[in-house]
Design a protein around this ligand. Structure first.
Ligand SMILES: Nc1ncnc2c1ncn2[C@@H]1O[C@H](COP(=O)(O)OP(=O)(O)O)[C@@H](O)[C@H]1O
Ligand SMILES: [Mg+2]
Length: 455
C-alpha cells in the first residue's frame, strides 16, 4: 500500500483578465514590418506582471502610474498604491486613501508573526526585523545574533515558539501559566526588553532583576512625589519594601542559577553600551512616530485601490514603513497561495529611495518570488541606475519616458539599448517600451521599441 506523504495541494486560484496598454507603434522591420502593434501588460501573455517606469522629473511617471492603477483597479486587481509624494490621486469611486502620520491611529506591527507553516513563525519574523533594524542602526555580527536571541525570547514569552508550529497562530497558546489572552508583541514590548539590557549593562544585574529594579524606581518616585506634597503613602511604602526584597531575592536566585557561565557570555555579546543605546533610541523614535503601533489600517474592501499616503512622514520612517508593509503584503500573498496570474498589484512611486542591493531585501524577494503568488510590482523612479540588476532583469515590462541627456550613455549600457536610442524620445508623446512575452511567436516583440504612449 502506498501512503501519501504529501500534504494536500492547495488549489491554484484564477486571476482577473486585464490588459494595460503601454503604447503602440508601426513595426519597421522583421516578419511583421508595416503592422501596427500594441504593447501591453496582460495577465495572459506577459512573462510576469512586473513593470519598471523610468523618466526624469516631469516626464509623466505619476501621470502614467495613475492611468495604469485606474485600469488595474477597474479590471478587479487589488492595488496597493504607495504614495511618497501624496500626488497619486486616482478616481475616488475606486480608491480608498489612508494618510499615515504621527497622528494616525492605524499603523503596522513590524514584529507580527505570520501563522503560515511554510513562511511564517517567530524565527522568520525575528530575522526580518533584524534586517529592518540593520538599515536603521549600526549593528555588528555579535549584536545581530544577540538581538535575534532577544526577539526569540520575547516571542516565546508571548506564546510564539520557534519549534512549535501550532503556537504560531493566536488560536493556540502553549503557555498554561499565561494570565492574559495571547497577543502579538509590539515595538513597545521589545523596547522594554532592550531597556532592561541597558540597565543590565550599566549596573550589571540580570534581566529578571532589572525588571524588579524598574518597579523599585517607579515606587520610589511615587513615594517622594507624595512626600513633597506632605501626603502619606503607607501602601506605596509597603509595596516599595516588597519590591526591594524581591530585587534582592531575584539577584540571589540569578546567582544560584549561574551554572555554565553562558549568562555572562550573553551579556558580552551586547558588549557596547553605546550600540545598545543606539538601538534603544532608534526603537523609541520608531515607536514615537506612531506608525508602528500594531493596529493594521482598515481599508474598504469594496474599493479596488488602496492608497497609502506617506507624504507626511520622514524619509527614514518611510523606508521602515514601506519595508514593513511590503513584508506584510508578501506574507499575506503567500498565505493566500498560488495564482494563475496577478490579482494583486503593489505600486511604488519614487522607488529609488526604497531599493537595496542586498539579496534578501524585500523588494528583491518580491521581484524574484511574488509572481507565483499572484503579485505584480510596479516601480517608478527617476533613477533606475541604482536599481539592483536582479530587479531590472526580472521585470518583464519596462517603460522609459524622457531621460536627461547626461544619463543616456549609462542607461543605454544598463538596458543593453543601441547607442543613441534614448535621444529620440519625445516627452509625454513617445517612450521606449519593452514587454517580454511568453509565446514563442511573440518573442520578436520582446525587444525595446519606441512607441506612441497612451493618455
Ligand atoms: N501623456 C501626457 N499627456 C498629457 N500631460 C501629461 C502627460 N504626461 C505627463 N503630463 C503632465 O506633465 C506634468 C508632469 O507629469 P508627472 O506625471 O507629474 O511627472 P513625474 O511624475 O515624472 O515627475 C503633469 O502636469 C502631467 O499632467
Ligand atoms: Mg511624480
Amino acid at each position: 500500500m502506498v501512503v501519501a506523504s504529501q500534504q494536500p495541494r492547495r488549489e491554484i486560484r484564477n486571476a482577473p483578465h486585464f490588459r494595460v496598454m503601454l503604447g503602440s507603434t508601426t513595426l519597421r522591420s522583421g516578419s511583421r514590418a508595416g503592422q501596427r502593434v500594441e504593447f501591453a501588460i496582460d495577465a495572459a501573455g506577459s512573462l510576469n506582471g512586473h513593470l519598471i517606469l523610468a523618466g526624469s522629473s516631469g516626464s509623466g511617471k505619476s501621470h502614467q502610474l495613475r492611468r495604469i492603477v485606474r485600469e488595474l483597479g477597474r479590471a478587479g486587481v487589488r492595488v496597493h498604491l504607495i504614495d511618497p509624494h501624496g500626488d497619486l490621486h486616482v478616481d475616488p469611486d475606486i480608491t480608498d486613501t489612508r494618510v499615515f502620520s504621527e497622528a494616525t491611529q492605524a499603523g503596522l506591527n513590524p514584529l507580527e508573526v505570520a501563522a503560515d507553516p511554510d513562511h511564517g513563525g517567530p524565527r522568520r519574523a525575528a530575522m526580518t526585523f533584524v534586517s529592518l533594524m540593520l538599515r536603521q542602526a549600526t549593528l555588528g555580527e555579535k549584536q545581530r545574533s544577540a538581538l535575534l536571541r532577544l526577539l526569540l525570547d520575547l516571542y516565546a514569552r508571548y506564546g510564539f515558539e520557534a519549534g512549535n508550529v501550532r503556537s504560531w497562530s493566536l488560536d493556540f497558546d502553549p503557555r498554561d501559566w499565561a494570565r492574559a489572552p495571547k497577543r502579538q508583541p509590539v515595538l513597545a514590548d521589545l523596547r522594554r526588553d532592550v531597556y532592561q539590557k541597558l540597565v543590565q549593562l550599566k549596573i550589571g544585574v540580570p534581566g529578571s532583576a532589572a525588571r524588579v529594579l524598574e518597579d523599585v524606581c517607579k515606587l520610589s518616585k511615587k513615594l517622594s512625589a507624595l512626600k513633597v506634597r506632605n501626603l502619606r503613602g503607607d501602601d506605596v511604602e509597603v509595596a516599595l519594601d516588597a519590591a526591594k526584597r524581591k530585587f534582592v531575592e531575584t539577584i540571589g536566585e540569578a546567582v544560584n542559577r549561574v551554572e555554565t557561565g553562558a549568562e555572562i557570555e550573553e551579556l558580552i555579546a551586547w558588549d557596547s553600551f553605546d550600540v545598545v543605546k543606539g538601538l534603544y533610541d532608534r526603537l523609541e523614535t520608531l515607536e514615537g512616530s506612531g506608525l508602528f503601533k500594531g493596529q493594521a489600517p482598515e481599508f474598504a474592501a469594496t474599493r479596488p485601490v488602496w492608497r497609502y499616503d506617506i507624504s507626511a512622514i520622514s524619509r527614514n520612517e518611510q523606508q521602515f514603513f514601506v519595508e514593513c508593509l511590503l513584508g506584510k503584503l508578501f506574507a499575506e500573498a503567500k498565505a493566500r497561495g498560488e495564482a494563475r496570474g496577478p490579482d494583486t498589484a503593489i505600486v511604488l512611486d519614487e522607488a529609488s529611495a526604497f531599493v537595496d542591493k542586498h539579496d534578501e531585501h524585500i523588494l528583491n524577494i518580491l521581484f524574484r518570488e511574488a509572481r507565483k503568488f499572484g503579485v505584480m510590482v510596479i516601480l517608478a523612479s527617476q533613477e533606475i541606475m541604482t536599481f539592483p540588476e536582479a530587479i531590472v532583469s526580472s521585470a518583464a515590462s519596462k517603460m522609459i519616458l524622457g531621460v536627461d541627456d547626461m544619463y543616456h550613455a549609462s542607461l543605454e549600457r544598463r538596458l543593453a539599448l543601441p547607442k543613441g536610442k534614448l535621444k529620440f524620445i519625445r516627452p509625454t508623446r513617445t517612450a521606449l517600451v519593452q514587454t517580454r512575452r511568453r509565446a514563442s511567436d511573440e518573442l520578436e516583440l520582446s525587444a525595446f521599441f519606441e512607441v506612441d504612449i497612451v493618455g
